[in-house]
Write a protein that binds this ligand. Structure first.
Ligand code: FRU
Length: 466
């Protein structure tokens, strides 16, 4: 252990032990930073029977600072252990941040691929000059402790035509080889996907660059390429995509391209589909476990003009709940992982025809089937309007106002409402809206319009131990 790592460890322990003041906005069933700042989920995997969720963690600054990999693990997605930070920025090649990446689980341990961020001193723009985006591998024999780190690729190893922005490696094994995709910003300011291949996890060769026919944004962050039901999908968080219409109202988009062909050679990207129509959803990552594909996203948005009042209280942001994704008619559907049903308690059933009032718990799940015209919740309103579902933040939005999603009719709604985070799944997960909002404490009523059945469950908090 070097002196920098030693100091960072000590300082992290100090701020975590000091903790936070009581705050009713702290989340009950969403993972959040113990203190400070959280962004992207990283290294999601199931390893030796346990789920691991790493995340971009800046414990010293709730407005974002040097990024480490924070760490939670769980046997069942309900009982979590807050583990020590797995990766600190303690090497010359990652000294200004252990940026996002992924996990490859092998017999002999966990292989964590990430971007080591370095910003050199001088008058740089940090896009074309002045930034090192290094591809780094960290090995852990047990998923808890760090064995070693090794620099695999640096700027000079990337293909011609890229800027300094090449990051967020996602790695998997296929046909006896290893593949890695990274997001890139090209010199002509078009986003691109770089594909690499390796036989031994250490030596990587660039084998393909995938782009859209017309540029779609200037930088592709957090790519994730996978097969589901015989089809291939490229999940992306593109920066600079056109900002117009439902699903493109946030500063950065987030969604997927269907990919036709072989990513190793000739292939094309179809039409980009937004994954979420709310205010706060970015940088999702998926992984395969127990015969299904799970997704976790960051319930936040970089560079947004809306804010989170919790930053003043020493913490900011959370992850989405784990979502199971399926492919239906060539589209991705998202539903809360079935394990979350284990948090339910005290079901209340309502039949409604016209208007109905519903009592909520401090954190609740609403499961509604039928024809829903409108729903108001504390600080939130959902309304059907000319082929759209409109989400309005009526109170405590801190700059969040209104978002829309193309929804012809609402036949089913599943809403997970935490103290300050809501995830709204429409029509069996065909459309999703996720947002943070900060309603006044104590208002726990919902009003429904339409006809059907509503079930309200209280949701127990996750069990988190240290
Ligand atoms: C996305 C992102 C990634 C980067 C990380 C740094 O939110 O910008 O591209 O690796 O966050 O925290």
């Amino acid at each position: 252990m070097n002196a920098l790592q030693k100091d960072l460890k000590k300082l992290t322990a100090l701020v975590e032990q000091a903790g936070l003041p009581e705050d009713s906005r702290r989340l009950r069933f969403h993972l959040m930073p113990p203190v400070g700042w959280l962004n992207d989920p990283n290294g999601l995997c199931r390893f030796r029977g346990e789920y691991h969720v790493f995340y971009q963690y800046a414990p010293f600054d709730a407005e974002g600072g040097i990024k480490f990999w924070g760490h939670y693990k769980s046997p069942d997605l309900l009982r979590w252990v807050q583990c020590p930070v797995m990766l600190y920025s303690d090497q010359p090649y990652d000294v200004h941040g252990v940026y996002s990446g992924s996990a490859l689980c092998e017999e002999d341990g966990m292989y964590l691929y990430y971007t080591g961020n370095v910003k050199y001193m001088g008058g740089h723009d940090y896009i074309r000059t002045g930034r090192g985006h290094n591809t780094v591998l960290a090995y852990s024999p047990d998923g808890m402790t760090l064995g070693w780190k090794r620099l695999l690729m640096e700027n000079k190893d990337y293909p011609a035509g890229v800027t300094c922005h090449v990051r967020d490696p996602k790695v998997w094994k296929q046909d006896g080889r290893y593949y890695m995709v990274q997001g890139a910003r090209m010199q002509d300011d078009a986003g691109a996907l770089l594909v690499f291949e390796s036989e031994n996890r250490l030596d990587w060769k660039h084998i393909n660059t995938i782009q859209t026919a017309e540029p779609f944004g200037y930088m592709w962050e957090c790519p994730d390429l996978f097969e589901l039901d015989g089809r291939w999908f490229l999940l992306l968080s593109p920066q600079g995509a056109p900002r117009s219409g439902p699903g493109f109202e946030n500063v950065y988009a987030c969604g997927y391209f269907p990919l036709e062909g072989d990513f190793r050679g000739a292939c094309t990207l179809g039409t980009f589909v937004p994954l979420d129509y709310g205010f706060d959803f970015y940088a999702p990552q998926t992984f395969h476990a127990d015969g299904r594909r799970l997704l976790v996203g960051w319930q936040g948005m970089p560079d947004a003009d809306y804010t989170n009042p919790t930053a003043e209280a020493g913490w900011q942001h959370c992850l989405t709940v784990p979502r199971e994704i399926t492919c239906e008619n060539g589209r991705l559907y998202q539903r809360p992982a079935r394990e979350l049903e284990g948090l339910r308690e005290g079901a209340q059933e309502y039949r409604f025809d016209g208007a109905a009032e519903i009592e909520l718990e401090q954190s609740s799940e609403l499961f509604i089937t039928g024809n829903v015209q409108a729903l108001t919740l504390p600080g939130l309103a959902l309304r059907r309007e000319s082929g759209m579902l409109k989400l309005e933040i009526t109170e405590g939005g801190y700059g969040r106002t209104c978002r829309t999603a193309p929804v012809e009719s609402v036949r089913q709604l599943q809403i997970l409402m935490d103290t300050s985070a809501a995830e709204i799944f429409v029509n069996g997960g065909e459309t999703v809206l996720s947002t943070r909002w900060y309603p006044a404490d104590g208002t726990r009523r919902a009003a429904l319009q339409g006809s059907g059945t509503a079930t309200v469950y209280g949701l127990r908090p996750l069990e988190i131990t240290r």
